[in-house]
Structures are given as C-alpha cells and as structure tokens.
Design a binder for this molecule. Sequence first.
Ligand code: PEP
Ligand code: MN
Length: 459
Amino acid sequence: MTDTTFTASVPDQLPTAANYPGLDDWRELPVVQQPSWHDASVHASAVAELNTLPPLVFAGEVDVLRERLAQAADGKAFLLQGGDCAETFGAATADKISARVKTILQMAVVLTYGASLPVIKMGRMAGQFAKPRSSNDETREGVTLPAYRGDMVNGFDFTPESRAHDASRMVQAYHTSASTLNLIRAFTQGGFADLRLVHHWNKGFTANPAHSRYESLAREIDRAVKFMDACGADFDALKRVEFFASHEALVLDYERALTRIDSRTGLPYNTSGHFLWIGERTRQLDGAHVEFLSKVRNPIGVKLGPTSSADDALRLIDKLDPEREPGRLTFITRMGAGNIRQKLPELVKRVTDSGAKVLWVTDPMHGNTVTSPNGYKTRNFDDVIDEVRGFFDVHHELGTFPGGLHVEMTGDDVAECLGGADPIDQNAFLDRYESVCDPRLNHMQSLEMAFLVAGALSR
Ligand code: PEP
Ligand code: MN
C-alpha cells in the first residue's frame, strides 16, 4: 500500500496572487497612460519587492466600505471624497496630512449635521501618486522632456534625470502611502477625530468667512453633545471615525503587485487602497484598466466625462458589476458646469431603467478647468458650485439620489481656485499656488462647498 496519509493531510493548495486565474488577463489588452520605465532591471526588482510587502489596507475594511457605499447608493448615506489632485512625497508631512484630514472631518460634520445623513469619509490620499496626462511631453523654452506623471513615476523638476520614468519610485510610493495611512489611522482612531473636538479642528482659520459659520454650527453640536453627556449617553462611538483611502488605479504594475488573495474568502483584493477609481482617460471597455479592476473585490469608481454615452455606462456596469452588487460600482460624473444639465439626465435615466443600482457622485472639478489670464491652471469657484447644483437638480428631477461629492481640496490656505466668499484673485497665485497638478479648493472654499451641499441635500 502506498502511504497516502501525508498527501491527504496537506491542505488544498490556496491560490496565491501569483497564480489566481484572470489577474493577468489585462496584460493581453491595449493599455494607455503607462510609464516607459527606463531601466528594466530596476523595474523587475521594484515589482518583486512590492509583491512581498504587506498589504496597505485589509480586505475586511474594504468589505465594510462596500456596505457603506451600498447604503449611499440606497439614499441612506453620503460619500465625501477629497484630497490632492496629486500627492507628492515631499508634501507627505504631518502638518499637511493633518490639515487635510481635519478639513475633511469639518466638511463631514457640516454635511452630517446639515443633512442628517451618515457621511462616508474618504481621502484622495495615501496612494494618489500617479497622474494621467493628455500629452506625453512638456516643452519649456524650446526644451522638450517627458511630462510629469506623478511622484510614483518621475520627478517634477524639469531635468532629464528627474523626468525619466524610474520604477523604484513605486516602492517609495508604497512607503509614503504606508506612513500617510499610519498617521490617518492614528488621527481617526486615537482621539483627534473625537466629535467633542469640533471647535479644535477649526483653529487657525479665523480669517475665513466660513470660519464663523462653522463655529456657530460647532457650538450647536457642543450643546447637543453636552446635553447627551448629562443624560448619561455613551460617547465611545464619537471618539473614532471610519476613514477610507482611495486613489486612481493608474499604474497597473503597482496595482497588480499589491493585489492579494484574502485568506477569509479566497478572493483577490487590491490592497493599495480601499476604493480605486478608473479615470476618464483609461475607462475604455476593452482596455486593460477596466479588465484588471473587474477582477478585484474592492468597490470601484469610474469617472464619466461629457463624452460618455448611456451605452458606455451600461457596458461598464456589465463588465464591472455583473452581479449588480450594491456598493460595488460608483459613477463619478465630471461633465462641466455647462454640460451637466444636458448630459446627466440621459445617463441616469438609462442606468436606472436598466435596474442597476450604482452610486452617483459629482466631481465638479475636472470638467471646469481653465487657464487664468496670468497663465495658471485654475477653476472658478462659481463654476464648481454650478456643476454641483446641476448635479443635485438633475437627481431631484429624476427622483434618484445624488450620493456623493468628489473634490480636489487641501487643508492649507493656498490660492489655486478663483473666487469664493473671501475671493481669491489671480494675483494670489504668484505666492500661494502650490499644486503640481490641478488646482484645489483651499480650506475656506472647501467649508463653503460643504455648507452649500448640506443645504442642497436637506432640501
Ligand atoms: C483626477 O481625478 O485627477 C483626474 C485626472 O480626473 P479625470 O480622470 O476625471 O480627468
Ligand atoms: Mn486632477
């Protein structure tokens, strides 16, 4: 008799991320917006290293997020997603990260209190290090070099060395994401996000008109909290907040290497962030990005610009959410203030009629980018607000739920977008424009936006 005891006791071989079926199908498809890594051996060792590094987020958290987003798709919660257009390694400092988290918490308080809805808080943070570009090159004073594609790919300095596509930057993006997430987790779980500190988050912004409006709201919350305290309520739930990390899943080498098989479910999760989205430039139905993200369990977003047809949206649903699973798919529309009222209704109607339940989110930034007379990439606060209003109007008319807001914002007092209650004009760009990519709402403009959205949600 042959001894089968040994083989019989070996557990079934669990699939690993290396051999899980389908995770590499995207490699056979057209892929756009990828780096041309200049050194193949650096690339091979960077990918090998990323393959062995621990996950940045955990599958269980990703599942919780999917449930929260399902609530939002059902009209019972609202998604607030905000952060830099492009994070940089240099700006991943405690001060900047905490200012951004504080601002998102403030916006969330305004929305929660104003609209009486739970708000899902999500940063465009801890992974937003790669940018799609409309042109491969940039020319300055007759010199042409590769365009800046985000710190994960190359440097912003305009030199051939800095602009070369260096795969070791993917490893640095991983470590910078890890330290950013660590700080976010400490802030949001360690007492800093305690609702009893609502006033504290507003410190240092006294010059802003939105400051005093926020202060009076914070006073009301304080009174309510003290009242509940006197009644003996348990405040444990107020001490911590859930905060999720998201970024555009652009550089597929990085996203693939951080994909892991969850030991509980045996399914693949992209552990580079809780929520990943596909950009306007990479959402081709037969392209690599849609294919790759169709294979991971994370909730997925897709940006829909003004050229998106209802048929595109329906096909994206078939590919990315064939089971019609609530919370799985989010459409982030970015039509432009001048287009939203014409283009959005048809999309929403056809998707709703198909029976699919997606989460609709507005990105009022990317369809409203202009160049200021003095040459800066900017956005008019009025256009941004107008797109948000258009988004809410369309959903109100159709009886569907405007379920979220996606903004490029910072907690710092920068001058990058024009207008607002304490208006920024283009001269302020000369010393307070810091973004290496798209212009962000500053702290005050972000709060103003939150008050406006709270008003629109509660009407
Ligand atoms: C972005 O979110 O920074 C971006 C590039 O957006 P879009 O894909 O919508 O143009
Ligand atoms: Mn952007």
